[in-house]
Design a protein around this ligand. Structure first.
Ligand SMILES: *Cc1c(COP(=O)(O)O)cnc(C)c1O
Length: 395
């Protein structure tokens, strides 16, 4: 008999009932150190007082009115994001997937409006993850996500990630209208695109008028130590998808765009019932208060350096379990020699949460405000996790 909850997830036997900072309490009372942060969502940890205050104050005033009317919190959030980024305009969604939908629609509409509707092809990349809608799985092209759900949305070409020859060849096709890429792949195994590749993409896009769409759903919002990951390469996209960390755990996403890229999106072309509702926008403003502070971002970089150095040591002492450290900022991965599922499970036994990814990687995505002593604690738990895996793995 089918479960009351559609059985699409493989869940760990854990039931959390309370959270505080980097800590989660299981219903049996055990306290877990959370280096997953709800998959890079709880950017400021669990039950952050500043966010709780923003949410409860808004909840006492107004929950929802629809986009039939002006939403002042939405206006304020859009102005903040426009001030802080390349963007001239923002649309709010409830998730990363919906941000992908709009990014794709916006790119195609742009070419329709500017008289080249044939430029409908979007270049996307192997190992990418943009969500679970038909457009998002078509973009990623992965058999695991698309099998049985055909026909896929036409117009996507999937290229090897980071392969500049393949990119340059694909850009010669005059049907190409956009590139859709994660500057740092999360689900794909914490794979970092070289700054030079991102710069090359920008250059090729400029030469051909192609739109550069960045998916910063996971790597954005301070995760890499810049507000957005593309800032490391000194380039700017035309369209950017944001979600996860922007709500700190409240469901909200956004598409940010330049005025030119958004030229086709006039009244009536797109919408969302909940998108940009006062609750989500109030929380996102509170997240931005903290995360957009340069001193906060500097701390992310400093803590990343410290964590990374310690992880290199862990890899060196446990080559039977770990192979290498990857990533940027507080979006780090441990490529494993042992099966990553065993590492994750051994972590549970040490009351430590890490998140598996492709390429046999475990992801470390702690709340960005994790403290130095919590990093020490995390390392001690990772060390015990490694010993547990090594003890269980026949050599
Ligand atoms: C999680 C994720 C998405 C999808 O976001 P949802 O909120 O799950 O719909 C899209 N892109 C990237 C890079 C992600 O990590």
């Amino acid at each position: 008999m089918i479960a009351p909850v559609l059985p699409t997830y493989n869940r760990a036997p854990l039931h959390f009932v309370k959270g505080e900072g980097v800590w989660l309490t299981e219903k049996d009372g055990r306290r877990f150190l959370d280096l997953g942060a709800g998959i890079a969502v709880n950017a400021l940890g669990h039950a952050n007082p500043h966010l709780v205050r923003a949410l409860t104050e808004q909840a006492g005033a107004l929950w929802h009115t629809s986009n039939l009317y002006h939403v002042d919190r939405q206006q304020a959030l859009a102005e903040r994001l426009v001030d802080l980024t390349f963007a001239d305009t923002c649309f709010f969604t409830n998730s990363g997937t919906e941000a992908c939908e709009l990014a794709v629609k916006m790119a195609r509409k742009y070419w329709h409006e500017t008289g080249s509707p044939e430029r409908m092809t979007i270049l996307a990349f192997e190992g990418s993850f943009h969500g679970r809608s038909t457009a998002a799985i078509s973009a990623s092209g992965s058999e695991k996500m698309t099998a049985g759900f055909g026909p896929m949305l036409p117009g996507f070409v999937t290229l090897p990630y980071g392969d500049t020859d393949a990119l340059e060849a694909a850009m010669k096709d005059t049907h190409v209208g956009a590139i859709l890429v994660e500057p740092l792949q999360g689900e794909g195994g914490i794979r970092l695109l070289d700054d030079d590749v991102l710069k090359l993409m920008r250059k090729l896009c400029d030469e051909t008028g192609t739109l550069l769409i960045l998916d910063e759903v996971q790597c954005g919002m301070g995760r890499t130590g810049k507000l957005f990951a593309h800032e490391w390469a000194g380039i700017a996209p035309d369209i950017m998808m944001v979600a996860k960390g922007i709500g700190g755990g409240f469901p909200i996403g956004a598409v940010l765009a330049t005025e030119a890229a958004a030229c086709g999106m006039v009244a009536g072309t797109h919408g969302s019932t909940y998108g940009g509702n006062p609750l989500g926008c109030a929380v996102a403003l509170a997240v931005l208060d903290v995360v957009s502070d340069p001193a906060f971002l500097d701390e992310v970089v400093r803590k990343s350096g410290q964590l990374r150095q310690r992880l290199e040591g862990l890899v060196a002492t446990h080559p039977d379990v770990f192979e290498a450290v990857r990533g940027e900022g507080l979006m780090l991965g441990l490529a494993c020699t042992a099966p990553n599922t065993e590492v994750v499970a051994a972590g549970y036994a040490e009351e430590l949460l890490v998140v598996p990814a492709a390429e046999n990687v475990v992801r470390l995505l702690p709340p960005l405000n994790i403290t130095d002593s919590e990093i020490d604690d995390a390392l001690a738990r990772l060390e015990r996790t490694a010993r547990r895996v090594a003890g269980a793995t026949p050599s």
